[in-house]
Design a protein around this ligand. Structure first.
Ligand code: ZN
Length: 266
């Protein structure tokens, strides 16, 4: 496998573990991190030694979401066309590749799992969370966008719960997420890794081709209900929400706040 600088990859007993490795930035997903994750996922798909893929984060958090500082520095001046290219490839495309991965995937979640991090974790087949994990998608409030790029929310938590979660932008605890069926298991933080590995090894013991066909069928049960068409339609509206006056005002207010913060630090 290649050398990665923003993720870590380990393969043990047929289970690959891919971790966000920017714990000082609460595992914010930079362009490079997303590229590395996608590359590692592709390598795992092609590696016969890997039967199950765990996606998680080093340190205290799963991920605080897309790296907004980098976005401001590198992409604030993007045209509609450039943003479309960037987000359709790295946000929408990469997320769907996780959903379509022919091998079972497990999100291992502790601490914050926010916005882009929420989107990624929920493209995985299963979610195991520690009891201190929490989920949030506040970007409609903070950035004035229509949620994140992939509107997986109603499919994993139910429509009414998704509306409350997104309309308020408030945090959802691991226990509440489990009660609504979004999370498979909630375990103590100190056994999160062991419990996730035990589950992964159990799945890895099944015949891999059968599991792969089973996953395809289970995913198709969402596709026949319009899963992919709905996600694709949302992506378009999300792009529209990036070019509104509301979005511009939020961005300028955020920038002014960041400059003020910079001044007070001098
Ligand atoms: Zn976006």
């Amino acid at each position: 496998m290649s050398d990665y600088s923003q993720i870590s990859v380990t393969i043990e007993e047929s289970v690959a573990t891919l971790l966000h490795a920017r714990s000082a930035q609460r595992n914010a997903e930079s362009q490079q991190l997303l590229d590395e994750l996608d590359e590692a996922l592709t390598a795992c798909i092609g590696n016969d030694d890997v039967r199950v893929i765990v996606i998680g984060g080093e340190g205290d958090h799963f991920s605080a979401g897309h790296d907004l500082k980098e976005a401001q520095e590198k992409r604030a001046g993007f045209t509609v066309e450039q943003r479309w290219d960037y987000e359709s490839r790295r946000y929408y495309g990469y997320a769907l590749r996780v959903f379509d991965c022919p091998k079972p995937t497990i999100a291992r979640v502790q601490g914050a799992c926010i916005a882009g991090g929420f989107m990624l974790a929920n493209m995985c087949d299963l979610v195991v969370a520690s009891d201190d994990a929490f989920f949030a998608d506040p970007v409609t409030h903070t950035l004035a966008t229509a949620a994140v790029e992939v509107l997986v929310h109603p499919w994993v938590m139910g429509l009414r719960q998704a509306k409350e979660f997104l309309f308020t932008g408030e945090r959802l605890s691991a226990a509440d997420a489990r009660a609504m069926g979004m999370v498979n298991r909630v375990v103590a933080r100190d056994v999160l890794n062991d419990e996730t590995m035990a589950l992964a090894r159990r799945i890895a013991a099944a015949p891999p081709f059968a599991i792969s066909m089973l996953k395809k069928s289970l995913n198709r049960s969402l596709d026949v209900q319009g899963f992919r068409a709905a996600l694709s339609a949302h992506f378009d509206l999300h792009q529209l929400s990036h070019v509104t006056e509301e979005f511009r005002e939020k961005r300028e207010a955020g920038l002014a706040k960041a400059i003020d913060k910079g001044k007070s630090m001098r």
